[in-house]
Every structure is written in C-alpha cells, then in structure tokens.
Design a protein around this ligand. Structure first.
Ligand code: COA
Length: 337
C-alpha cells in the first residue's frame, strides 16, 4: 500500500503583471528580471479574491481530475503563508466553499516548502492508517505581503494555487518517501516580520488599488530578503537534499525522470538539475510565467507538466523546495496515474 496522486489541479488569478508593468512602479527592467531570475510575468490576485478562493478552484479541478467529490475526502490540508485570516484556517474555508463538512481540515506553514512538507506529512498519516483520501493544496496570495517599493523582493513573487488528491491504495508506485529539514538560525535572511493583520483583504481593502499594491499603509507584513545569501544557501542545500532523498530510498540518480522544483529563480533550479545530470526537458518549469508562488509553486509546476501530458505512468518525480526559516525538503514520487 502507498500514497498515490490520483488528481491534479491548479488555478492562477486572471490578472497578469508583466516585468514592464513592474518597471512602472519600481526602478527595474524586463532585462534585469529576466536575466537574474528567469521571470517574465506573474499573476496577481483580484481585490475581492482570497487565498481560499484560489485554493478552492485548484482543489475543484483536482477533484474533477480524480473523478471524485468533496464527500469522498477524509481531510483537507492547505499549505499557505498568506491565509485569509489568522484564524479560522484557510483549509476550513476551502472545505466549506467546496460543500464539505465534518472531516478534519488544517493549514501548515513552511513557506515555500509548504507543499513538500505537506506531502511528507499526509503520506506519513496515510501510512499510519489515519486517512484514505486527502486533498493537499498549496495556495498563496504573496502579492499581499510584498513591499511594492522594494525592487529586491517585489519582482520575485506571484499568486496562485495548486492541488492534488491523494489516495492510499495498493496500486504500483506512489510516494516513495521524503526528507525534510529546517534551521531557524537563518530567520533574518528571509522573513515577513509582523504577526499579521496579514494577507486578508478584510484589513487592507480600503487602501488597495486595482493591483492590491498598497499594503504598507495598513501595517501589513512585508517580505524582506538578503537575496544573495539566500541564493547561495538554497543552491547548496537543494543540491544536498536531492542527493539525500535518493540515498535514503536507494534510488540511482539516473532513475529520476522529472525534477519538479520550487520555482524561485531559474538559476537556482538549473543548478539543482545540473547536479542531478538532468536535461532541460526533464525539469518542470513555470517560473517564467508564474514567478515564485511560494507553497503553490511545486503543485503548479506539477500541474503544468501533467496537463501537457508529459508525465508518464511509472516515471520517477523528484519534488524539492527551499524556503524562509530556512526550511527545505524533497519528495520522491513514482507516478501511478
Ligand atoms: N531590478 C534592478 N536591479 C536590481 C533589482 C531589480 N529588481 N533587484 C536588485 N537589483 C540590484 C541590486 O540593488 C544590486 O545593485 P548594486 O550592485 O548596485 O548594489 C544588483 O542588482 C545586484 O544584486 P544582487 O543581489 O547581487 O543580484 P543577484 O544576482 O543575487 O540576484 C536575486 C538577486 C534576488 C534575484 C537573487 O539573489 C535570488 O534569486 N535570490 C534568492 C531568492 C529566493 O530564492 N528567494 C525565495 C526563496 S524561497
């Protein structure tokens, strides 16, 4: 018996902000952003949308893909750094919006590593006999916690949601296993300081313009980052963690068919792909269109290659992510759909 991904979904808000749009706001250029990050555009959540709305849409698509309804689920887990409110959990709102009731729903917070952490957590719970079917979602509205005056950070992020339906069954393949890490001593290199009012439009609506950019006046948390140092640490730790997960589960590097990386910067994910000896067409790549959607980025990248019909049954996928904390990790999944 193992944990299988039996449904995949994704959702991106309609509004697209290009690099040229950003250059109207801060001192930057399309060339700089493209060359340093690989990003060309990002999707930005609408004024009246919440993280739970993005999550609900991605989850609905994943349920449809699995041919199941919300009543078939035993739990909902949402990985998010930008919940609608401090409480109740975004997962509880997604449950309600999907018409579910009674079964457990909770959020997890590991920033950009949230989905990788979530997959490890749910896999462990399924192996322990807790659940047969779980909706696991990564959803973010990062645009609401950015300082839109800070070119070092505001060019890097976007909004969106990705979701999977997980089922514990005796089919071949499924989740092979995971490796997770955290080192809280790096707190000051990547953080959003205030303990909310947060991502909620409840607090900021009056001050927002069309693109939800005016978050500072409401005392909302803003992402701060020492990009260079984060970059170096991410490249090193991701290189280590992908080797570690392969060694732990006795899998040869050459057996990996797909790298499904966190989409922070094309240079970071190319460095990891190179260490694994993978070619460009073995890497799920969405950073150009989505930018860094934090916890949503890995499931959105998975959704992208899945919907393009590129992932084949029996192939081995290596998912990895690096996040504020620092928190990082990797999962190995033998595709069984
Ligand atoms: N437009 C134009 N110039 C910019 C800019 C922007 N948006 N952002 C920064 N710069 C400038 C800097 O001010 C600096 O100028 P200076 O040399 O005059 O001081 C210069 O570009 C170089 O900055 P540097 O930080 O050395 O660039 P870099 O090559 O490290 O790229 C990042 C910057 C942020 C793209 C890169 O460090 C990065 O991707 N870091 C990791 C980010 C990440 O993964 N975060 C999330 C983890 S989950």
């Amino acid at each position: 018996m193992s944990t299988h991904i039996i449904g995949v979904g994704g959702y991106l808000p309609e509004h697209i902000m290009t690099n040229d749009d950003l250059a109207q706001i801060v001192d930057t250029s399309d060339t700089w952003i493209r060359e340093r990050t690989g990003i060309t555009q990002r999707h930005i959540i609408d004024k009246d949308e919440y993280t739970s709305d993005l999550a609900t849409r991605a989850a609905a698509q994943a349920l449809e893909d699995a041919g199941l309804s919300i009543d078939d689920m035993d739990a909902i887990v949402v990985a998010t750094t930008t919940p609608d409110m401090i409480f109740p959990s975004t997962a509880s709102m997604v449950q309600h919006k999907l018409g579910g009731k009674g079964f457990p729903a909770w959020d997890i917070q590991a920033v950009c590593s949230g989905f990788v952490y979530g997959l490890a957590q749910v896999d462990g719970m399924m192996k322990g006999g807790m659940f047969k079917r779980v909706l696991l979602i990564g959803a973010e509205s990062m645009s609401r916690i950015l300082d839109w005056q800070d070119r070092n950070t505001c060019v890097l992020f976007g909004d969106g949601a990705g979701a999977v339906v997980l089922e514990f069954n005796d089919d071949e393949g499924g989740v092979v296993g995971s490796v997770l890490h955290c080192d809280g001593s790096y707190r000051d290199l990547l953080l959003a300081k205030h303990a909310h009012p947060g991502a909620s439009p409840h607090h900021t609506r009056a001050k927002q313009d069309r693109l939800n950019m005016n978050t500072d006046a409401a005392g909302v948390a803003a992402v701060e980052m020492k990009g260079n140092e984060v970059f170096r640490f991410a490249v090193t730790k991701l290189g280590e963690v992908v080797k570690e997960v392969l060694e732990k589960y006795d899998v040869a590097q050459s057996d990996v068919d797909w790298l499904v990386p966190h989409q922070a910067n094309i240079r970071i994910l190319n460095a990891t792909a190179k260490k694994l000896g993978l070619t460009a067409d073995q890497v799920a790549l969405t950073v150009a269109q989505h930018a860094n959607t934090s916890a949503a980025s890995v499931p959105l990248a998975l959704n992208d290659i899945y919907r393009a019909g590129k992932v084949k049954k029996g192939q081995l996928l290596l998912l990895e992510a690096f996040a504020g904390g620092f928190a990082w990790g990797a999962n190995l999944v033998r595709w069984s759909k």
